[in-house]
Write a protein that binds this ligand. Structure first.
Ligand code: C5P
Length: 413
């Protein structure tokens, strides 16, 4: 991570925060007007015992960093924390304990020990939530809700707890507006960058996106499967696919689960059921309904996780992740796409006729491109990869080089 605008010659006192990171094992390089930080070679942060009187505000971040350290961490000489936006010593102690840390609080110090593992050793980054877990709406995951006390630094510091193994919710995140209104956008772009891959059906984007995610070590979202699942759930419930309100209600509470390469709707494995041509057509029908698209928006965004996400669909770059670090548009001639779909279906032993597939694809392309909400089209800021005459491997390479090109240009925040 390189921070520009502060460096060796900076008179800003808080640059000395970097010395604390160095004591924790961070590898630091200084330039005239920049600082670069890398994680410790061992991959684990070391415990510290520091007088932090000279950097009281920046020191708050160290209290959260202590959750990732290999032993008890002492933050000393921080009495001024008690008379800031809130009593920061008390607030910090309360919130760290929610994640399972052991915290000793004194008039002017904090002693923070990461949650212990079963052998009694501090187990950096592995949290043990205590009470107060809530369910997150779109995914049904449990998470820890952190209170921020109308204190922007509480909100910003605790965002780092998201690197642990328990999802975090920051309550009242708007309190960052006091000094850094775009903080969480910037944080998201660094901690969970998104590669958006859009394009028409059977352009190869699913296979390519999945392989690109693997190569980058990122998570993968196949957003089309959410529309397919919605169409399947509606069909099963006997709801007409143009009944906007009822289909949207199903989309909001869709009991979908992705486990390895299997997809579940409640307790039924529907991996193959959503791939039929009937569900392809059904998906494109429910996808024209604005209320359905809105219903699926939060769910799609919830897949954005550290260390990053490759998302494929039709509106990943334009609507769902407009701040994606790289945007691609994968396409191919409709004849080649029909041929690929035919081969896919044959391999799965599903009956198909190439002529009918071609017509289906043309019809779906037309519906996807003509709809009023989030129509399928290449955005001005997306790079196009035409896969008509290239193999999957070549398409993966083309996408990876495009990501490299785009990130070299855009990763300065
Ligand atoms: O990508 P896939 O072919 O599985 O998508 C099925 C249908 O879902 C598409 O034809 C399209 O109508 C819709 N869809 C969408 N927006 C997305 C993903 C899929 O409208 N992001």
């Amino acid at each position: 991570m390189r921070v520009e605008g502060v460096g060796r010659n900076s008179i800003q006192g808080d640059v000395r925060f970097v010395e604390a990171l160095e004591k924790m094992g961070g590898r630091i390089e200084w330039g005239e007007n920049w600082i670069e930080a890398r994680g410790p070679e061992t991959g684990r942060l070391k415990a510290f015992d520091l007088d932090l009187n000279h950097i009281p505000d920046a020191a708050m971040t160290l209290a959260v960093a202590a959750l990732f350290a290999d032993g008890p961490c002492a933050l000393r000489n921080i009495a001024s924390w008690r008379v800031k936006e809130t009593d920061r010593i008390a607030a910090m102690a309360t919130e760290l304990r929610k994640l399972g840390a052991t915290v000793e609080e004194g008039a002017d110090y904090l002693l923070v020990t990461a949650p212990h593992d079963f052998n009694g050793a501090p187990s950096a980054g592995h949290f043990r939530p205590v009470g107060l877990t809530v369910l997150s709406a779109p995914t049904g995951q449990t998470l820890v809700a952190i209170d921020t006390y109308d204190d922007h630094r509480m909100a910003m510091c605790f965002s780092l707890a998201a690197f642990g193994d328990v999802p975090i919710r920051i309550n009242d995140p708007e309190c960052v507006a006091k000094t850094f209104p775009e903080y969480f956008d910037a944080f998201g772009q660094i901690a969970a960058p998104v590669v958006a891959i859009d394009g028409p059906s059977a352009s190869g984007k699913g296979t390519v996106a999945e392989r690109v995610a693997e190569r980058l070590g990122y998570h993968y979202l196949d957003s089309g499967s959410l529309y397919r699942l919605t169409a399947l759930a509606a069909t099963k419930a006997g709801v007409a696919l143009d009944n906007e309100a009822d289909v949207a209600a199903l989309a909001i509470t869709l009991p979908a689960r992705f486990e390895g390469n299997r997809i579940w709707l409640a307790d039924e494995d529907v991996t193959d059921a959503i791939r039929t041509e009937a569900m392809s057509v059904g998906a494109s029908k429910v996808a024209v309904l604005p209320a359905v698209r809105t219903a699926l928006l939060a769910r799609q965004r919830a897949y954005r996780r550290f260390p990053g996400l490759v998302a494929d669909g039709r509106d990943m770059a334009s609507v769902v992740f407009p701040d994606a670090m790289a945007k691609l548009f994968l396409t191919a001639s409709v004849e080649i796409r029909a041929e690929r779909r035919y081969k896919q279906l044959m391999q799965k032993g599903m009956p198909a006729k190439i002529r009918a597939l071609l017509e289906d694809l043309q019809e779906r392309d037309a519906r996807d491109s003509a709809r009023s909400v989030a129509p399928l089209k290449q955005g001005d800021d997306a790079e196009c990869v035409d896969t008509t005459h290239i193999s999957i491997d070549e398409a993966v390479s083309a996408v990876l080089s495009s990501i490299q090109r785009q990130t070299a240009l855009t990763r300065t925040i």
